[in-house]
Design a binder for this molecule. Structure first.
Ligand code: SF4
Ligand code: SF4
Length: 181
């Protein structure tokens, strides 16, 4: 995490990514500290159910133990990366609103975050892979990246007919095909 909001926030080097794939916790409402379930075995300090705020999350969405995550038993938070899904859901889909506004908004935000987190991670993988393949293959990856980003940009990713897990498996298959020889 950073000195802004909290969550399992990013300590990774994300500078090589496009801006929309870099977490911007100051423009998020701590979605990663609330929406997902986590447990101590995963490096999150204690067992927390989904859709419940972490006990260390402050009302302003900053992490109380941000500067001592690993020492306090939260090493997974120190390396967590939402690939920019958090601020995109908060700002683009909910106009800067917070999950604290109402239970209905919270449910919708958490569901959106779950989908966008997967799609943003795929886009980050694609961006990296594009730098490592021949031009012809890069074109295929760029097209997949464009398609996924379009789903996110339009909000169509939230439609029930859009099967995020299928997009994920197909994209990973494409990456394997082009990167593993
Ligand atoms: S300890 Fe809790 S509030 Fe802090 S970054 Fe991790 S999940 Fe978020
Ligand atoms: S979901 Fe992403 S942007 Fe939001 S607080 Fe967590 S790491 Fe930061």
């Amino acid at each position: 995490m950073n000195e802004q909001p909290m969550d399992a926030q990013p300590r990774n080097d994300t500078a090589h990514r496009s801006p929309q794939l870099q977490p911007d916790c100051a423009r998020c409402c701590g979605l990663c500290c609330v929406a997902p379930a986590f447990d101590a075995v995963q490096g999150f300090g204690y067992d927390k159910p989904a859709q419940v705020a972490c006990r260390h999350l402050r009302a302003d969405f900053r992490c109380v133990i941000h500067d001592e995550l690993a020492a306090r038993g939260f090493p997974a938070c120190a390396v967590f990366d939402c690939h920019g899904a958090g601020q995109r859901v908060t700002q683009q889909l909910f106009a800067g609103c917070s999950w604290t506004a109402s239970p209905q908004i919270a449910r919708r935000m958490f569901a959106a975050y779950g989908k966008y987190r997967v799609l943003h991670e795929l886009m980050a993988l694609l961006e990296t892979a594009i730098q490592r393949v021949p031009a012809g293959d890069a074109t295929r990856l760029q097209e997949r990246l464009r398609q996924i980003n379009s789903l996110c940009e339009s909000g169509a990713a939230l439609e029930a007919t859009v099967r995020v897990e299928l997009i994920r498996s197909n994209t990973l298959q494409l990456l394997r095909e082009l990167l593993v020889h």
